[in-house]
Write a new protein. Sequence first.
Length: 256
Amino acid sequence: MQDKQRSLVGKMAIVTGAASGIGAGIARLLAAHGCRVVIADVDKVEGRRIAEEFDGNGYFCHLDVTSEDSWLALMSEVNRHWGAVDILVNNAGIGSAESIEEVSLDVWHQILEVNTTGVFLGCRCAIQSMKNSGGGSIINISSALGLRPLSSTPAYGASKAAVVNLTKTTALQCAEKGYQIRCNAINPGFIMTPLLENAMAAAEDPDALLKGYSDLHPMGCVGSIDDVAQAALFLAGDESQFITGIALPVDGGMTI
């Protein structure tokens, strides 16, 4: 194990939406560098399968990020079985590709509830655990579309822009109170996740679809799950101990 990751050995991490995609990638990388990882998701089957990969250092907990009661139950279970939380990755999220003229009010509310309210509840619960145990790192997965809007994603973009501001206000609160809790956001561009792979499989011209997404990034390609996971690994550890309140683009230059 490389020296720069030793600060993570034995740390307790929760990753929401970790049954697939970016969340699963972050959970795997944290576990590979010594963390005990709670897979928090609504998908019990895939969540338990991911947790079983970690040789006793993984644990699945059901979590509906939109429910305060579900968050409180998760934190109680984690504290009882694993101890204090050191790292929280608020990754769970949903999306929609409909313009402001097309998106329904129900979809708008659902996206804001999962993507923004879910992060708010996670930050608040993590603070209560971390401030009494010496601090920690909160990492919120936002999006490049929270920094650079597309007309086709008003609900998703608004929810992710709110996450950036929520990250900064959380970072300020924790710093001003002396909690030793850092809070940062990661803003990925388009990433090759199972969701994108499924969209390509269903497209009439998958190559054209991929090129369209790739062309949004000056580097000329979409990113990988590991690109985002490596950023989360850095923000989780002591190597980023003087970094708080940032929105870190991992986007191939999309937001330049």
